[in-house]
Design a protein around this ligand. Structure first.
Ligand SMILES: Nc1nc2c(ncn2[C@@H]2O[C@H](COP(=O)(O)OP(=O)(O)OP(=O)(O)O)[C@@H](O)[C@H]2O)c(=O)[nH]1
Ligand SMILES: [Mg+2]
Length: 319
């Protein structure tokens, strides 16, 4: 409550929209910390959003996501687009090494006014990435970014989460990392709109691209469906970046024309509402039904006075 009293959200949003990077950073912090001001932030942002395209970038640790993100920022800036970057670290808040590396690499862009860069720890939030990232994307959208890049390490569920968040999802692979097997295992064959074989300067890149093409060809796709292209890059040198930008733009155009983009955005908003509602319900459940209350119901179940379904119905009816 003290936080709300101190935070002039309206002024922050105004400054953020004027391109004040510190205001943007502050807004993202409010989101990330689930500040009491979060509701007002969300409310005040909404009329300024809907312009940014969201590009998800995922792949196994070390494939070159951050290097590619940085190279993409350079390429996108060259076309005059304002760019926001969210590097989401799905690991615990205590292992900051990867983030530090990202920050160092991203310093290339530190003096560019048209670029916002932010690392976010997804911490142990219920729902991980899905929780704060959409709001952080909205902050950058409202701040006038034409494009928001969301980088996340492809471990566990996070790459699927990033695909749910993005208008276009890039899946990165690199030779010599056992990615062929990883691709099939992690289900990344379903989530990529554009596949990137990075480190194309290394042995095995051509073979990896060929294997990947073979695996993608096995997927059933309806007529008129998007066929994900494979682009080879050497992110450290910027090689292949023009072709990558072209593939991204082509996917965007297709998604817009086919209705896929509208469908994804609708699904995304729906998921977000559901996640917020369920979080609120859970909080209310805990508020209303402390241990004592549940223990009493449990005792009734044990005594044979009621069954667990009836007991649960009674609880749900109060929410
Ligand atoms: N040879 C070669 N090395 C590359 C290329 N792209 C990136 N690297 C190197 O690969 C290493 C990992 O690159 P990052 O961009 O940090 O990879 P990442 O996927 O972001 O890694 P995490 O965030 O830790 O998952 C770095 O040493 C890069 O310099 C490339 O095209 N060719
Ligand atoms: Mg990285």
């Amino acid at each position: 409550v003290a936080d709300r009293a101190r935070t002039d959200v309206a002024a922050l949003v105004r400054r953020g929209r004027d391109g004040d990077a510190r205001a943007v950073a502050r807004l993202i912090s409010l989101v990330e910390d689930a500040s009491p001001a979060l509701r007002e932030v969300s409310e005040r942002l909404v009329e300024h959003t809907g312009n940014a395209r969201v590009l998800g970038i995922t792949g196994a640790p070390g494939v070159g996501k951050s290097t590619s993100t940085s190279a993409l920022v350079t390429a996108m800036r060259a076309t005059g687009r304002r760019v926001g970057v969210l590097a989401v670290d799905p690991s615990s808040p205590f292992s900051g090494g990867a983030l530090l590396g990202d920050r160092v690499r991203m310093q290339d862009h530190a003096v560019d006014k048209g670029v916002y860069i932010r690392s976010m720890a997804s911490r142990g939030h219920l729902g991980g990435l899905s929780w704060a990232t959409p709001q952080a994307v909205r902050v950058l959208d409202a701040a006038g970014c034409d494009l928001v890049l969301v980088e996340t390490v492809g471990v566990g569920q996070s790459e699927v989460d990033v695909a749910g968040l993005a208008d276009t999802t890039l899946v990165l692979l690199a030779p010599g990392m056992g990615d062929g097997i990883q691709a099939a295992k992690a289900g990344i064959l379903e989530i990529g709109d554009v596949y990137v074989v990075n480190k194309a300067d290394r042995d095995g890149a051509t073979q990896l691209a060929r294997d990947l093409r073979g695996m993608l060809a096995l997927a059933q796709r309806a007529d008129g469906a998007w066929r994900p292209p494979i682009v080879k890059t050497v992110a450290v040198k910027g090689d292949g970046l023009d072709a990558l930008v072209e593939a991204i733009d082509r996917h965007h155009d297709w998604a817009e024309e086919s209705g896929e983009l509208a469908g994804r955005r609708l699904r995304r908003a729906r998921d977000e509402i559901e996640a917020i509602a369920l979080t609120a319900l859970r909080a209310r459940f805990v508020d209303l039904h402390g241990h004592a209350d549940l223990d009493r119901l449990a005792a009734e179940v044990i005594a044979g006075d009621t069954d667990p379904y009836a007991a649960a119905d009674r609880v749900v009816a109060t929410l």
